[in-house]
Design a binder for this molecule. Structure first.
Ligand code: CA
Length: 223
């Protein structure tokens, strides 16, 4: 199985990566929330171990954004021992389980096994709009059954449009989805991404709603 470990304390991160690797999994590590968010959104993981106190973007925000984008891999959050509010907020944000620090590595591995068992082979989110089909778990897009090559940004953009097809999404909303960190946001670049994505999709799939934003439609359904 492929596991993402998100932990900013280097020693603990190394221990987690080693223990989970030794249990037979392929492990990817991330040390801040932004990197974690990106990896969890564009790559396919069977489960995530997510610390909540993270630099750049906190763990709760990372989790909320994944869930809002339809990423529903099992997530085990790591919380501070005393902060019961964190556990509640974490479960509300879509965590599947939690473990308070400090914990025994054996307990973490047992909970991870339980999560992977419960998730089984499913847990993917798939959306369809006309001839376009998108699978978030495999990060795959098909148009008329043919694979479509998209960049990470184009994939994120299409995921959100597919998830909320028929709805008008503003440039701000789209750029917030693509750039989780405020400093990077530039709504003008969204036009560029939308333009590129539009060229790859069946004609008429992305409508521009003047002054408001963009909307994904099934061009075949309009006839
Ligand atoms: Ca931390």
């Amino acid at each position: 199985m492929r596991i993402l470990v998100v932990e900013d304390e280097p020693t603990l991160c190394t221990q987690l990566v080693q223990a989970i690797s030794a249990a037979g999994h392929t492990v990817e590590g991330a040390g801040d929330g932004r990197e974690a968010h990106y990896l969890g959104e564009v790559e396919d993981f069977d489960a995530v171990v997510l610390d909540l106190g993270l630099p750049v973007l906190d763990g709760l925000s990372v989790l909320r954004r994944w869930r809002a984008a339809g990423r529903n891999m099992p997530v085990l959050i790591l919380t501070a021992r005393s902060a019961w509010q964190e556990k509640v907020a974490g479960m509300d944000a879509g965590a599947d389980d939690y473990l308070a620090k400090p914990f025994h590595m054996e307990e973490l591995l047992a909970r991870l096994r339980a999560l992977l068992r419960r998730a089984g082979p499913h847990g993917s989110a798939e959306w369809q709009c006309g001839s376009i089909w998108l699978d978030t778990r495999q990060a795959r897009v098909l148009v008329d059954g043919e694979p479509l090559a998209l960049t990470g940004h184009e994939f994120k953009l299409l995921s959100l449009l597919m998830q909320r097809k028929g709805e008008v999404l503003s440039r701000t909303e789209l750029s917030e989805h693509i750039y989780p960190q405020d400093g990077d946001r530039d709504s003008n670049t969204i036009e560029v991404f939308v333009g590129r994505l539009r060229k790859k999709l069946p004609e008429g799939s992305i409508e521009t709603v003047r002054g408001l934003g963009y909307r994904l439609v099934d061009p075949g359904a309009r006839a």
